[in-house]
Design a protein around this ligand. Structure first.
Ligand code: IPM
Ligand code: MG
Length: 369
């Protein structure tokens, strides 16, 4: 086993600065426990990189991310940088990393921990037992399509973006989704707007073709508007959802709220680059799906669990450490079961704690496991 695992740590902005240290501490505790050698290297990204270097994704940060086996990212953005030109906004750093690292597959699991059922705004019977995975295409579609821009038009202006998908792009994300479904309940729902958009009519056709290689997985198709509705009406019907970049962005936020808080949802972004010496492990970027939450930043209020669970995904997908990954998940489960909650998920009868204490309690559980 290659025992030096290089992790690029990019906390970013806002609560990213508070939640990332907790996830790093969890990885360190796990490393100590299992005798694994993690090497961490930190760099600036997003708004703080704009402040320090003038650009959201400095060359040095990109190089660090490209050289690492895995990237652990917090969040980027904040009101301070909102007026900037699109080309140098903090969000460009995220998109740049995804593009440059070729991370075309974004896995966003939404699982409801039983003790969290009351934190959701939906009725217990609707959400109890949900366990779904959104597989979002991440380097194509309207996020990256050309042409794009805002130009002068008829005395006013005209803003435009391009929604484009190629056979290849659809095929590779479909394969990831079928592979994921195969390891789960073998049910895949492909989301499109094929009744209106040609690009997603192609999407539906290609996903259907790829299905021939996965006869053991049940495939169905659904329009995105219907999916948005079904997610709150009867989310338990879903196992794996595969969809385009923008539909996935929207639907994954919706799926997150089914579980009570966006502060609990991790993500993995994967490409096709394997880690040297470990062909079954993919280089990836791991981040919570929530944003930088500037309103609560610096107050020890942020929920570090989505980031800690992202670190767990890293161990599984980039390092093949399934057992260690499960241990982190179990530790999180136990802390929640003991009634500890950060403010975003606090409810009557629970014990409210801050970011740091939450991290510490997860580590205590890891040590005790
Ligand atoms: C996400 C975020 C990003 C996206 C933003 C910050 C660029 O919302 O990861 O879901 O739209 O992809
Ligand atoms: Mg989003």
């Amino acid at each position: 086993m290659n025992n030096e695992m290089h992790i690029a740590v990019l906390p970013g902005d806002g609560i990213g600065q508070e939640i990332i240290p907790q996830a790093v501490a969890v990885l360190e505790a796990m490393g100590k426990k299992l005798g694994l050698a993690f090497g961490f290297e930190q760099a600036v990204v997003g708004g703080c990189a704009i402040d320090q270097e003038g650009v959201p994704l400095p060359d040095e940060t990109l190089r660090l991310a490209m050289d690492a086996d895995a990237v652990l990212l917090g969040a980027v953005g904040g009101p301070k940088w909102e007026g900037l030109d699109y080309a140098i906004r903090p969000e460009r750093a995220l998109l740049g990393l995804r593009e440059k690292l070729g991370l075309f597959a974004n896995l966003r699991p939404a699982v409801l921990y039983p003790m969290m059922a009351d934190a959701s705004t939906l009725k217990r019977e609707v959400i109890e037992g949900i366990d779904l995975m959104v597989v979002r295409e991440l380097t194509g579609g309207i996020y990256f399509g050309q042409p794009r821009g805002v130009e002068a038009f008829e005395g006013g202006e005209r803003g435009f973006n391009t929604l484009v998908y190629t056979t290849k792009e659809i095929e590779r994300i479909a394969r990831v989704a079928f592979d994921v479904a195969r390891k789960r309940r073998k049910k895949l729902t492909s989301i499109d707007k094929a009744n209106v958009l040609e690009s997603t009519e192609l999407w539906r056709r290609v996903v259907t073709q790829v299905h021939q290689d996965y006869p053991d997985v049940a495939l169905s198709h659904m329009y995105v508007d219907n999916c948005a509705m079904q997610l709150v009406r009867n989310p338990k019907q879903f196992d794996v959802i595969v969809t385009t970049n923008m539909f996935g962005d929207i639907l994954s936020d919706e799926a997150a709220m089914l579980t009570g808080s966006i502060g609990l949802l991790p993500s993995a972004s994967l490409g096709s680059q394997a880690i040297a010496g470990r062909p079954e492990c993919l280089k990836g970027m791991y981040e919570p799906i929530h944003g930088s939450a500037p309103d609560i930043a610096g107050k020890d209020m942020a929920n570090p669990l989505a980031t800690i669970l992202s670190a767990a995904m890293m161990l599984k997908y980039s390092f093949g450490l399934n057992e260690a990954s499960t241990q982190i998940e179990t530790a999180v489960f136990k802390v929640l079961a003991q009634g500890f909650r950060t403010p975003d998920i606090a409810a009557e009868g629970t014990k409210q704690i801050g970011t740091e204490e939450m991290g510490r309690r997860v580590i205590d559980q890891i040590k005790a496991l």
